[in-house]
Design a protein around this ligand. Structure first.
Ligand code: FAD
Length: 494
């Protein structure tokens, strides 16, 4: 059974999620549906969410956004990956880059050849064969032909929402300012009929997008879609964010620095740096976390510290009745791999692919929910890996992480890599083989064997392969311009 046709889309909330949804729907469906967005300046947005991953480049392109203009307007920098400090051991670092490392054979990833190289006396780090990684650590960047440099952005989320708002309004979205006081349900169907504002205004719609952030005003408070709590796998439950002046030219990567009860982020933008601490309140209290954060930021602070409490987990049904939860209302996992904005993008593109113009079909709803859930479970596994695979036992927090049971899917992935060096990407998973390999090696998981195809190479062939790849990577990186200078020049071309 389907609902009546969808002519009016109402978006509740104007954070990153709300305006990304409005911009995308108005641009693609604007001729067939009316889009209205309600937001409350008095309530405001969560005010964080600055580090992204490469699919956002595609999202912006789909919307026809001029990249240089977008970067100028959002004070964005390029991002080539994340530098992880203190995760495997205190004092240890590794890099998860957006690139590929070396060159894969159809039967085996590059790590197998690299592992064979180690046994033949070639001890160069795995990192030496990845262009994005080498460029990041040298603070360099350029657009290369054929998309050979895979990148994302570090951006000011408030400015991004403003940028998208301008686009969405130009494409016909109606913005209404005000606090939603009540979500009115249809007595017969149980669907949402309208939102009532403090002012008394009533906004009717056919399809409602809940972009109200952690409040989940529509999907949970009104429709009770349910929530799965994943705190037992990812125990951090608090964060404090603060913005500082830039202490140095912006680097093309985000930092995730582990401490004894969680980790800190550092995100360099053009005009400032975003900083924050994520922690588990069982092991670190707010005052101590704040002191640690303020004691380690590099420049003078520009904002008051922003305290955020969260529960890691997912809404059981992200699409329920005539309401789709997009953004924090749909669930949250800590920003360790910068995946939240990506999940917003996935939900929007998925909704557009299944857009229920003729009415909502339960099959579409079931399909949407299953796909969203799969995305979140895969990302969850990847995040847990960072905590579980560690040598750290120096605090109660790390001892808890190291000893906690993990999902079977992750336990299998770790065991398979440890035994064989293999990783398989399933179901259109976000993180590809190279991401898993970089993080598993970085967290200290060393494969006990590797694919026999690597041993088929003669020593001189292996040397040619490894040295050739490294020399090409080095030569390309040497020729790249400085990242901050490149960004400044690029933005001036908009
Ligand atoms: P919000 O920004 O909270 O927006 C909610 C909107 O709803 C606001 O406009 C508000 O005014 C409106 N609203 C709420 N109630 C009402 C009401 N009653 N009436 C009217 N309007 C209402 N993601 C990343 O991808 N990368 C990161 O680096 C990253 N870092 C993060 C760090 C932390 C500590 C946290 C908590 C999150 C982080 N995220 C990150 C996630 C990211 O911030 C969010 O996914 C993103 O900002 C989207 O938020 P949102 O739009 O869902 O919610």
């Amino acid at each position: 059974m389907t609902t009546p046709p969808i002519h009016r889309v109402v978006i509740a909330g104007g954070g990153t999620a709300g305006w990304m949804a409005a911009a995308a729907i108005a641009r693609t469906m604007g001729r067939t549906v009316a889009v209205t967005l309600v937001e409350s300046e008095a309530i405001g947005t969560v005010g964080v969410g600055e580090s992204t991953i490469p699919p956002i480049v595609t999202f912006n392109r789909l919307l026809g956004i001029n990249e240089a203009e977008f970067m100028r307007e959002t004070q964005a920098t390029f991002k080539l990956g994340i530098l992880f400090d203190n995760w495997k051991d205190r004092g240890d670092t590794y890099f998860h880059s957006f690139g590929t490392t070396g060159k894969d054979h159809w039967s085996a990833g590059f790590q197998h050849f690299w592992l064979h190289g180690l046994t033949r006396g070639h001890h160069q780090p795995f990192d030496d064969y990845c262009l994005e990684l080498r460029a990041a650590l040298q603070g360099k960047f350029a657009h290369l032909p054929d998309g050979r440099m895979n990148y994302a952005y570090q951006l000011d989320s408030g400015l991004y929402a403003r940028f998208l708002r301008k686009m969405a309004e130009a494409d016909g979205t109606t913005r209404i300012e005000g606090r939603i006081a009540q979500v009115e349900l249809n007595g017969e169907s149980g669907d949402i009929a309208a939102l009532t504002l403090d002012s008394g205004a009533r906004i009717e719609g056919d399809l409602f997008l809940d972009c109200t952030g952690f409040r989940a005003l529509l999907i949970e408070q009104a429709l009770h879609a349910g929530f799965d709590d994943w705190t037992h796998f990812l125990p951090c439950d608090s964060a404090i964010a603060v913005q500082t002046e830039s202490a140095r030219p912006a680097l093309p990567y985000t930092r995730a620095i582990a401490h004894d009860a969680g980790w800190q982020w550092r995100i360099p933008l053009q005009h400032r740096t975003g900083n924050g601490i994520v922690y588990c309140s069982r092991y670190l209290d707010h005052d101590a976390a704040l002191e640690r954060l303020l004691g380690t930021v590099e420049g003078p602070t520009l904002t008051e510290p922003n305290r955020i409490r969260f529960v890691t987990g997912a809404r059981r049904q992200q699409w329920h009745r005539n309401c789709v939860a997009i953004g924090l209302s749909g669930g949250f996992m800590e920003p360790l791999e910068s995946t939240s904005i990506h999940l917003i993008q996935r939900a929007i593109l998925r909704l557009l692919r299944m857009f229920p113009s003729a009415g909502i079909s339960p099959r579409d709803v079931a399909e949407f929910n299953e796909q969203q859930h799969t995305d979140m479970l895969q990302i969850r596994d990847f995040l847990i890996l960072h905590y579980k695979a560690t040598n750290r036992r120096d605090s109660a927090f790390w001892r808890q992480c190291a000893s906690m049971p993990v999902p079977d899917s992750l336990a299998h992935k770790i065991a398979l890599f440890r035994e064989t060096g293999r990783v398989f990407r399933k179901n259109d998973e976000l993180f590809a083989e190279n991401s898993w390999v970089q993080v598993m090696l970085g967290q200290g998981i060393v494969p006990e064997s590797y694919h026999p195809i690597a041993t088929k190479m003669r020593d001189d062939e292996l040397v040619r392969l490894l040295c050739g790849l490294r020399d090409t990577t080095n030569a390309t990186v040497d020729a790249l311009p400085d990242h901050a200078a490149y960004v400044a020049h690029y933005c001036s071309t908009a």
